[in-house]
Design a protein around this ligand. Structure first.
Ligand SMILES: Nc1ncnc2c1ncn2[C@@H]1O[C@H](COP(=O)(O)OP(=O)(O)OP(=O)(O)O)[C@@H](O)[C@H]1O
Ligand SMILES: [Mg+2]
Length: 278
């Protein structure tokens, strides 16, 4: 188990000298509703950080802004590089990968083929043909297939390699999506509720594989998660959104004791001096 469980590790100045991701005054509205409003924070390079918040807080919208799906106000920097004007595909190539709140897989392809589609940060024509075994595989394609196969090992996907993803259980689909994202060797992995629908053990195992991969490859993970206990265990740094605004940010201990955070989660039942953790 290599999850970072040291809750005292926060975004100190050393961590923030070269943040993996900087969100600066990011805002977006949909038909007059401010889904995000002047949100600013940075996450340190390495390990897992998290974005939490009640339903509709703007978490997925923020991921859509980071990955270039939505145009937004403000600036997003990937390791200091401004992403304004960089299209989603180019952001993927620059190192941003993501998984979706509902796993987004191609149901008619098998597990191995779906994983291969993550190669090189995007679904490039060459990788499509490799996935679909059109023509002879080049040396590069063979290397990618080997890499995909190796990645599938710790995610327990090798025995399922030839199964169509439509036949898979939810937890297995989730792992396929993660393997596909990891195959692009991202510098920043965005995980939108990866533990949803998984047992506590399955969620821990999945996050452990991601943490191990991140430690080996210098990847930073940003997690959106409703399970606050899980977040407080694994995250170095937590940003709390509420109704599109940044409510709090900091290390898990500070954030979980913040009365505004407790109130946002527990409403009128919030104890005035209580902690968020049970
Ligand atoms: N494409 C869109 N069109 C219109 N409204 C949108 C769109 N995307 C998001 N919204 C609105 O923005 C707000 C934030 O939604 P978002 O999906 O980001 O919340 P969330 O924090 O991910 O919630 P959940 O925990 O339920 O997944 C909501 O009011 C939502 O209805
Ligand atoms: Mg969401």
């Amino acid at each position: 188990m290599t999850l970072d469980t040291d809750a005292t590790v926060g975004p100190d100045e050393r961590d923030m000298a070269a943040p993996a991701l900087t969100i600066r005054d990011v805002g977006i509205g949909f038909r007059g509703v401010r889904a995000l409003d002047a949100v600013s924070f940075s996450i340190p390079r390495g390990g897992t950080s998290a974005v939490i918040g009640p339903n509709g807080a703007g978490k997925t919208t923020l991921f859509n802004c980071i990955s270039g799906i939505y145009r937004h106000e403000g600036e997003i920097e990937l390791a200091g590089r401004p992403m304004s004007g960089v299209l989603a595909q180019a952001r993927a190539i620059a190192g941003i990968a993501r998984t979706f709140q509902t796993p987004a897989l191609l149901p008619d392809l098998n597990v191995f083929e779906n994983v291969l589609l993550g190669a090189h940060g995007g679904m490039r024509a060459g990788m499509w043909s490799a996935a679909l075994r059109i023509g002879r595989a080049s040396r590069e394609e063979r290397a990618v297939r080997l890499e995909a196969w190796d990645l599938m090992g710790p995610l327990a996907l090798q025995p399922l390699a030839l199964a169509p993803v439509s036949s898979l259980a939810h937890a297995d689909r989730r792992r396929v999506e993660v393997a596909r994202a990891l195959l692009s060797r991202p510098s920043l992995l965005l995980l939108d509720e990866p533990a949803a629908g998984l047992s506590a053990d399955e969620a821990d195992e999945l996050l452990e594989v991601i943490a191990d991969f991140g430690a080996d490859t210098d990847m930073t993970s940003l997690l959106v998660e409703h399970d606050v206990g899980l977040v407080m265990r694994v995250a170095r740094f937590v940003a709390v959104l509420d109704a599109g605004r940044l409510l709090a940010y900091g290390d898990p201990t500070t954030v979980s004791a913040d009365p505004r955070v407790i109130a946002a989660y527990l409403g009128a039942d919030a104890p005035s001096d209580g902690e968020l953790l049970p």
